[in-house]
Design a protein. Structure first.
Lengths: 233, 337
């Protein structure tokens, strides 16, 4: 579904992503794990067209998207739930969801909003509240709901568990599995490697911008190096 | 005690009934002398001059609010569009001898067209950098006007025709300013209405998203560059129209209209009134037009050797930034702290 082939991304003189190649197949949950600054977020931003790679290519459903503007990438069915949620704090919960459907022109937006309220009942209670007044967990739910409002085929999640209480972390990971079961393919970036590998089909390990390891999630979870570096065992 | 009072004033200012009453008062002010009730004029030409200037700056403040308020781009070069509109209109009527209506529309269109390439750098830079670039652009315009022959050089262009609608604007009413006041009021109201309708529209939502988080907005499929340019061009268009009306009211235009002082004053009106508040834009424009005029009397009465306005202006800015950085009627700050 998504093929990333030998991309390189630079921030000025810093070589943030080095010859990264990875792919995501239809229906999968794929996770990218790695330390702070390994380049996980950079890869997601590059997929969205927010950053660009001078080399290699990115294709989505067989079409080259490497040089597409972000708006057209969203239109093709990829949505990003960014790191730190990045909800619009001074808009209401409902308006945040409406903006998630910005790229759509069909009539089913309000229907999908009801679906989001079913998926995240807390958001329904707070629909007219300013998003900035929500708790961290609620903001994460809103960010995910907003991402889903574009009806993506592929959802990119960047550190959805960041800064959340353990109970909420479990809830968020449950929801991710639910969303995947509904047919949305997921590329999950996480520092919480244990949790991520538990729900993923496959995983990539990123170190200093390089893919150093890849494989089935359960194999990675039992890999000695991964255990030492990311699972603390 | 000050807080609830201010809250009350804020709520009152945003009610439609308030707007209707204020418009009625303004029109009454404008036309009471035409009724010929008393021996002498009740308000006279000077007061009406101040009213017209306040209304023109209201249009300019609203148009700058579009750029600074809606997409959060601080511009210190807005006077360039105001002046450009004036010059385009002056040259269209005096050199090409076209009717004022054509000149008026043309002044807006040219300002918008010039705003397009000038808006482009605004897509790449933000904050202090954008302030410096817009300031520089404004200065360039001033020096072009000073050095070209066609614009009359530093002396400017005198003898601009009065706009006509059957009869010349300057022949209507007892002071010749009444028709200009009504025209400025209509322009301000049209712009205010567009902005009011925009707030809850798809475009308005996109503006809000870009202002609050550009990366998140882009991730939603909103093209920030497109909307930023749109705001810039739209703001330039209305500033150009206001400039045209202003120049023909004065019947004279000079490079002073393009000065950076003008731009700074326009931005101050936005900030004092409150970003994105439509009544706030009017309040900022009226306050900063009327106060210096009033203080001129204070200076004369007390025989001061300095202009108290500049002292008060500085003080006002400092106090505002301390106690109400979001402006008198604004809900949130223009500048992030």
């Amino acid at each position: 579904m998504l093929e990333i082939n030998e991309i390189n991304v630079y921030y000025g003189h810093i070589h943030a992503i080095v010859n990264a190649t990875l792919h995501v197949d239809q229906g999968e949950i794929v996770t990218i794990i790695g330390a702070n600054g390994a380049g996980k977020t950079t890869i997601q931003k590059t997929i969205m067209g927010l950053l660009h790679s001078p080399t290699g290519g990115i294709t989505f459903e067989g079409e080259d998207i490497a040089n597409c503007p972000t708006a057209s990438i969203v239109g093709r069915g990829i949505a990003l739930v960014p790191e730190g949620r990045r909800i619009f704090p001074r808009l209401s919960v409902a308006d945040n969801l409406v903006l998630g459907a910005y790229s759509r022109k069909d009539k089913f937006v309000s229907q999908d909003m009801d679906k989001m309220y079913q998926l995240f009942p807390r958001l329904a209670e707070r629909r007219s509240q300013l998003a900035g007044t929500l708790s961290g967990g609620e903001q994460q739910m809103l960010a995910m709901g907003r991402g889903l409002m574009s009806r993506p085929k592929l959802l990119l999640l960047d550190e959805p568990s960041m800064g959340l209480a353990p109970v909420l972390v479990s809830q968020i990971f449950h929801t991710i599995t639910d969303i995947n079961r509904e047919g949305v393919t997921i590329l999950l970036v996480e520092q919480n490697a244990r949790r991520a590998l538990a729900i993923a089909n496959r995983g990539y390990v990123l170190e200093a911008g390089k893919v150093v390891l890849e494989g089935l999630a359960n194999e990675l979870a039992t890999n000695d190096d991964v255990q030492k570096a990311y699972l603390g065992e | 005690m000050a807080k609830p009072a201010l809250q009350f004033a804020q709520n009152l200012a945003h009610k439609p009934a308030t707007a209707i009453i204020l418009i009625a008062v303004l029109l009454g002010f404008t036309f009471i002398d035409s009724l010929d009730l008393t021996e002498e004029y009740i308000f006279g030409a000077y007061a009406k001059h101040i009213l017209f200037i306040s209304l023109i700056y209201s249009v300019v403040t609203l148009s700058l609010n579009f750029v600074t308020g809606y997409v959060g781009q601080t511009s210190l070069g807005h006077a360039a569009f105001f002046g450009l509109g004036g010059y385009v209109s002056a040259l269209t009527t005096s050199l090409l001898h076209l009717p004022y209506g054509v000149a008026f529309i043309l002044s807006g269109l040219v300002a918008a067209l010039v705003g397009l390439p000038l808006g482009a750098p605004a897509l790449r830079i933000k904050g202090p950098f954008l302030v410096v670039v817009t300031y520089g652009c404004g200065e360039v315009f001033k020096f072009i006007a000073i050095n070209l022959d066609i614009t009359g050089g530093p002396a400017g262009l005198p003898g601009l025709i009065s706009p006509t609608l059957g009869i010349a604007f300057s022949d209507i009413g007892v002071t010749g300013k009444e028709a200009f006041i009504v025209a400025a009021l209509i322009l301000a109201l049209v712009l205010a209405f567009i902005m009011y309708r925009l707030e809850d529209s798809r475009v308005g939502h996109a503006f809000a998203a870009i202002r609050q988080d550009e990366i998140a907005a882009a991730s939603m499929g909103i093209n920030p560059a497109y909307y930023k340019l749109m705001a810039f061009v739209f703001g330039a268009f209305f500033a150009g129209l206001a400039g045209s009306l202003f120049a023909h009211y004065m019947s004279f235009i000079s490079p002073d209209m393009l000065s950076s002082n003008e731009s700074i004053m326009m931005l101050t009106m936005v900030v004092i009134g409150g970003a994105r508040s439509i009544p706030g834009a009017f309040l900022g424009a009226f306050l900063l037009t009327i106060t210096p005029e009033f203080l001129r009397f204070v200076k004369d009465v007390f025989g001061l050797s300095y202009d108290p306005w500049l002292v008060l202006f500085g003080l006002l800015l400092v106090v505002m930034m301390r106690v109400k950085p979001q402006g008198l009627l604004g809900a949130e700050t223009v500048f992030r702290r």
